[in-house]
Design a protein around this ligand. Sequence first.
Ligand code: ATP
Length: 219
Amino acid sequence: MIKFENVGLRYGMGPEVLRDLTFEIAPSSFQFLTGPSGAGKTSLIRLLFMSLKPTRGLISVFGRDTARVGRSDLPSLRRRIGVVFQDFRLLDHLTTYENVALPLRVLGKSEAGYRADVVDLLQWVGLGERMHVLPPVLSGGEKQRAAIARALITKPEILLADEPTGNVDPPLARRLLRLFIELNRLGTSVLIATHDLALMDQVDARRIVLADGRIEIYE
Ligand SMILES: Nc1ncnc2c1ncn2[C@@H]1O[C@H](COP(=O)(O)OP(=O)(O)OP(=O)(O)O)[C@@H](O)[C@H]1O
């Protein structure tokens, strides 16, 4: 569903931070993206989400060459990808419920049609009791789960999560991991960027390892 061929990325006139990346992400697959701090994990997620363009090589997303995707086609392609950013990006003036419902509101859906889905999803991530509070009073782990729910509400075909367990204690990290595994079991592809070795050791999953701008894949 996503294919990279000899992809390279540099910022401005700087050195190439990603080099010769060739790999695929299959439908319904589960993988970790790992590597030391600064290795390029966030940059790779931005390439996958098409918020950055590669400086060379080919990226195809759902069969479309991203270099040929026009501005008007980008939103509909992006809707098929859920992203959880490292800094959550929740809107502080909207409740947890409203934050999670926002992608549907933007699509012009009616609240009567989506209310039950949003509540179900909030319960699934364990935020049923917290849906009417504003993000500033949520704990780090609760914000994390709200961001995950918001990424999932449009039923994306792939979920990209950047350090989703970076702000939570080990028991909650294990719970989030179980949630991602369950999501994958239901058919969604999952890519989790992390440098948490203990987390990765809990699942026998594919590892895409970034080092010095290149990748090695351990199936
Ligand atoms: N907007 C930018 N402009 C210039 N250089 C950047 C930019 N964003 C990232 N870089 C550089 O690209 C390299 C990869 O950064 P990136 O944030 O992708 O790594 P990372 O593996 O996600 O790191 P971390 O685990 O610390 O979040 C780093 O050398 C970083 O300094």
